[in-house]
Design a protein around this ligand. Structure first.
Ligand code: GSH
Length: 215
């Protein structure tokens, strides 16, 4: 299976984490010539990562790829079997995506110059991200995984959201985004030792650090 994209993308990270947990064989590659070539657009008309090529099957959008991986490889499911447990895992995933990752990415875009520097917009994004982290703190288990014992789709979303939140917050004066959020703090300390997450988190943190210190 080929995953087109870069590990630094939080959307691609979800797919990598799911594959690592499931023990799937995959290669992570950037498409030749970028994501707007006619060849790439024929696979994904939006020209975005992640895009997955699994034999003759093409799937894109991380929200679609993760359930696809679970259906195709039903061993070690990341979507729990019971409706209640699946609902809880998906809720944690969505809270992380919408209320933590999105404002964190708004901040990150300002940091790397992909959005104009705008103090008012940054203040708003920071407040949104802090509120999202507070709500997440109320749902997440202190580890080893986001819903408790088992690695689920929730972890695939929470990990990249927190990597971006903890990298972007301090740049805007929020020294420790995990302070006063003990469950999130304990979770992050525990999940970075998990076999599905360890390599990805170490590598992503290293790349983020070098990118930010190069600015
Ligand atoms: N909704 C998509 C978002 C994917 C996305 O925005 N990917 C970014 C990288 S983080 C991208 O490919 N951007 C390139 C572009 O928009 O041209 C998903 O969940 O897969």
């Amino acid at each position: 299976m080929k995953i087109f994209g870069s590990a630094l993308s939080p959307f691609v990270a979800r797919v990598i984490l799911a594959c690592e947990y499931k023990g799937l064989d995959y290669s992570l590659i950037m498409p030749k010539g970028g994501m707007k070539t006619p060849e790439f657009l024929a696979m994904n008309p939006f020209g975005k990562m992640p895009t997955v090529k699994d034999g003759s099957t093409i799937v894109y959008e991380s929200n679609v790829i993760l359930p696809y991986l679970d259906d195709k490889n039903p061993k070690k499911k990341i979507i729990p079997a019971s409706a209640a447990a699946a609902g809880k895992a998906r809720l944690i995933a969505t809270v992380s995506e919408t209320y933590v990752q999105e404002p964190a990415l708004d901040l990150f875009r300002q940091i790397v110059g992909r959005a104009p520097k705008d103090k008012a917009a940054a203040k708003k994004a920071l407040a949104e991200m802090e509120f999202g982290l507070d709500i997440l703190n109320g749902y997440i288990k202190p580890g080893p995984c986001a819903t408790g014992k088992s690695f689920t789709i929730a972890d695939c979303y929470v990990i990249p959201a927190l990597l971006f939140a903890t990298a972007a917050g301090p740049v805007f004066g929020l020294k420790d985004p995990l302070r006063g959020r003990p469950n999130v703090k304990k979770y992050l300390a525990a999940i970075k030792k998990h076999s599905a997450a360890k390599a990805h988190m170490t590598e992503t943190k290293k790349i983020m650090k070098s990118r930010l210190s190069a600015l």
